[in-house]
Structure formats: C-alpha cells, structure tokens
Design a protein around this ligand. Structure first.
Ligand code: FAD
Length: 468
C-alpha cells in the first residue's frame, strides 16, 4: 500500500480521490459505518436534512462551489425576515436591533487583531465605551451574549480558550452567497461529486475504504537507513487488532479526537510543539435541534429568530433546564416547510446531548411557552431530531478555532498541517482536516482543500523519492 488515509470525512475522501487519480494505491480506514464524518445528511420530516454541515459558505475561491456549481446542484434562498425576540416574549424593533448589531460589528472590525485577546473580551469591553451600546445596557448585554454564541466565541470556563482576535485575519471568508443550499439533497451530495457517483452512478470511482476500522495506533518511527520502496514506513493498528502498512499515512481525525487520543494514537508520540498546539486549539460545540411542527406558524419564510436572553427570565428555568437558555437562534430550513432549526451552543449543547429525545422535546416546548407564545401562535410539535457532536467519540465537538493560548504559544493551522518526516525528509505522517486548513478552518471547503493539499504533497514526494 502507498498511502493509508485515517478517517473518511470530507478531507479523507478528497485526499483519496486525488491520490487515486495520480495512480497511487490508497486505503481508507474509517471508524464508523459511513463516509462523511461531520457531513451527515439524514432524513427528517420525510426529506433530507443535515445534522452537520448544511451550507456551502461563499463562492469565490471556494473549492466546493467550484466543483458543485457547474453541476447546477447549489441553490439560493430569498433574504430572511428577522425577528428579535427577548426572553420575556417581547419583540425588539428591527431598527433598534440593527443599530446594536452594527455597533458590535463596527467595534470588532476596528479592533487591533494583533493583541493577544479574545473577541468576546474585546466586545464586552466595547459595551462600556461604545455610545450605541451604552444607550440600553441591558439589551446590549443580551445582544452581546447572542453574538458570542452565534459566532461560537467560546471561553465560558477559561477566557484564554476563547476565539482570539487574530482569527479575524487568519480566517478568510469566501465572497458571494454565504448560505448556498443543496436544493433539498443535503451536503452529502459533495461526497458523491468527489467520488464521481454524481451525476452518473455508473462512473463512481472504486475507492478502497474499510468501515468499522477504528485506528488505535500509528507507528511511524520506523527508521531504516535510506528508504526501501518495498518496506513500509508506517504501520497502522485498528481496535479490532488488524494491522495495515504503507509508505505514508494521512491523518484526518478532528482536533477533538486528537486532543483526547494523540498520546495513544502515535508511536513515537507527537513532537511537544505539535501536542501543545493541539491542546491550545478549541473544539467548539455547536448542536442543531430540528423541530417539525404540525403547520408552519412563523409569519414568513425564510425567517430567522434571534433569541435575546435576560437574566431574570433565565431564572425561571431550574438548574436542570438551564440548557434551554443557551438556545440562541431559530431558523427556517430550506426545502423543509414545517421545520425550524434551533441552534444551541457550548455548555447548554453538552447538557442537551445527555438528555433523552423526549426530554429535549419538553425543553423546546418550555422555550416556546415562555418565550414565543406571547407574540406567535405556535402549532404543536410533531417530531424532533438533534445532533450530539460533543458526545460523538469520532468528532468530540463541531469544529476547531484558534484561541488566546494559540497566540501565546505560536501555533495554529499551519503548524498543525506540518507532516512528520522520515530522517531523509520523506513525509511519513501527514495531517489533513478542517483544522489544518490554513485560512478556511471550520468549513467543508477548508477540509476538502486540506485533503487535496496533503495528497499533492505525497504525490510530489513519491515522485521525488522514485516510488512512482
Ligand atoms: C453542527 C455543524 C454544522 C456545520 N455547518 C457547516 C456548514 O454549514 N458549512 C460548512 O462548510 N461546514 C460546516 N460545518 C463544519 C464541517 O462539517 C467540517 O468542517 C467538515 O465536515 C470536517 O471534515 P473533516 O474531514 O476535516 O473531518 P470529519 O468530518 O470529522 O472526518 C473525520 C473522519 O475520521 C473518522 N475518525 C475519527 N476517529 C477515527 C479513528 N480513530 N479511526 C478511524 N477513523 C476515525 C470520523 O468518523 C470521520 O469520518 C459544520 C459542522 C457541524 C458539527
């Protein structure tokens, strides 16, 4: 075997496709029973729905857009109607909400991105100095909390684990529509495009993937003198005891998985610098709760409800129900006329994941009763589907971002993407996956780009070392 790819999410499948096209022998080892990882399209309310990635974010320099758009499979939505709902049920007028949101946006844009501070620390500071934010401090504080959740800023337990200001320059948005949908087919369509199954299933590329193969250990320090092409340089051991060998491996597991397992996963262990970098990145937890209603009760579609929590209303929820107060937004869902997506973040999401579906449904009903019923005639809930990305041992969270610790330690995506080399400079262990994307982490397009990047690195090295 030339290359083993550990993990068959978007990054892994992209890497396999490119290596296959270059004529290299490649084997994918996937711990679960499906490809896609955090791209996970399932069925709900009789139609496709995404419990992981759902939208192609942007057009320019977006590899997903470049692959999917010519096939006519990306769709655009009409502009949203926005509702700003306080936790006492009262609506905030749109012009007032827009004023506060603009003040927050302007403050962040004007921030010095090189100071080793978190975005949330900065925004909280701005609340004391910005004239618009000072006008109604209580309402501004609710908006700031929403802003932190909506932008997954983190740092609830430890301020240094929060998203750093530097992220704002390190992460590059793709220009164009930031919420392109898949016309009701779901994000998994991109996996079919990558494997050539779409548009013509008879042209599917036969990638060699073994499922239910949880990789436990990667033995990479095999240091024979020179490189003998007949000798593998890396051995991969799975939980079921099976062993595989190759000249090189591409590891695509999430930063959440690396945090939990890197000490057991690599032999010899990762260099200290890389291990520190992994620990300094944060794997944020963002979950989705899809709620199907008997009839759509919202005045217009598409719509977004921004939930603005006030401390006195949070107090109405007992300790076991505090998770409900971390639901921060409700969005209509394209091609799902009766469904609303309830977004939940961080500790609240982790608590929600531990509850039964029935308990989550009761919590959602309580939110509706306390917050929404004052202004809206909400129809009964028919069904519910939620994600559990933090409890999933093959994800351990939703996506990675730099933190204040990262800035202090000098790490980040570029360092994470550096391979581990054989003494003669052949890359033996390569790293792909969204968190290794130099400027588009946290997205599928970053993941795919990273898979292509590492495949190209290996194709070049295989040629250079005369393996192919
Ligand atoms: C709720 C949510 C919403 C999102 N929304 C969007 C969106 O709208 N647009 C967007 O662009 N991005 C979105 N993302 C982010 C996007 O899903 C990810 O960035 C991307 O899918 C990551 O791909 P990956 O290949 O890097 O990692 P993964 O998809 O995590 O792939 C890693 C693979 O490795 C496997 N694995 C783990 N451990 C082992 C092991 N020990 N042995 C073998 N295999 C293993 C896993 O099962 C998985 O298949 C969202 C993510 C979440 C969670």
């Amino acid at each position: 075997m030339d290359v083993i790819v550990v993990g068959c999410g978007a990054a892994g499948i992209a890497a396999m496709r490119k290596l296959h096209d270059a004529g290299l022998q490649v084997l994918g080892l996937e711990a679960s029973n499906r490809i896609g990882g955090r791209v996970c399209t399932t069925e709900f309310a009789g139609k496709a729905i995404d419990i992981g990635a759902a939208w192609c974010h942007g057009e320019k320099d977006n590899i997903i857009f470049e692959m999917a758009n010519p096939l006519g499979i990306l769709g655009r939505s009409d502009p949203d109607t926005n509702f700003y709902v306080q936790s006492n049920g009262e609506l905030v007028p749109e012009d007032k909400a827009n004023g506060i949101l603009k003040a927050l946006g302007d403050a962040v844009e004007g921030a010095d991105k090189n100071i080793k501070q978190s975005i949330s620390q900065f925004v909280r500071g701005a609340a004391n100095s910005n004239d618009t934010l000072k006008e109604d401090p209580k309402l501004s504080s609710s908006f700031i909390e929403w802003f932190e959740r909506n932008n997954h800023l983190g740092g609830q337990d430890d301020p240094k684990r929060a998203k750093s200001l530097k992220v704002l320059t390190e992460f590059w948005d793709c220009e164009g529509d930031p919420f392109l949908n898949w016309k009701g087919r779901g994000y998994k369509t991109i996996l079919d495009v990558l494997t050539n199954k779409y548009p013509d299933p008879s042209k599917e590329i036969p990638l060699q993937i073994l499922f239910n193969k949880e990789v436990e250990n990667i033995r990479w320090g095999i240091t024979q003198l020179g490189i003998d092409p007949t000798n593998p340089l890396v051995q991969v051991k799975c939980k079921d005891g099976s062993l595989y060998a190759a000249k090189s491996v591409i590891v695509t597991v999430s930063v959440g998985v690396l945090k939990e397992r890197h000490e057991q996963l690599f032999y010899p262990q990762l260099p200290a610098e890389k291990a520190t970098n992994i620990q300094s990145l944060n794997m944020c937890v963002l979950d989705k709760i899809y709620v199907e209603f008997e009839t759509p009760w919202w005045p217009k579609s598409p719509a977004k409800f921004t939930l603005l929590w006030r401390d006195e209303d949070k107090a109405q929820f007992g300790p076991n129900d505090q998770w409900i107060t971390e639901i921060f937004g409700l969005w209509t869902v394209d091609y799902q006329p009766n469904v609303l997506l309830f977004w939940i973040y961080s500790k609240g999401a982790e608590a929600m994941e531990k509850l039964s579906v029935e308990e989550v449904k009761k919590g959602v009903q309580k939110l509706i009763d306390v917050v929404l019923k004052k202004e809206f005639d909400v129809s009964p809930i028919r069904d519910i589907l939620r994600s559990q990305w933090a409890s999933n041992p093959l994800a351990r969270g939703s996506y990675a971002h730099r933190t204040v610790y990262t800035e202090e330690n000098g790490g980040g995506a570029i360092q994470l993407s550096e391979p581990l080399y054989h003494p003669n400079k052949f890359p033996v262990v390569c790293f792909a996956g969204e968190a290794t994307s130099h400027h588009r982490h946290s997205c599928v397009h970053g993941a795919v780009e990273s898979g292509f990047r590492e495949a190209e690195r290996l194709i070049g090295s295989f040629k250079e070392f005369g393996f192919k």
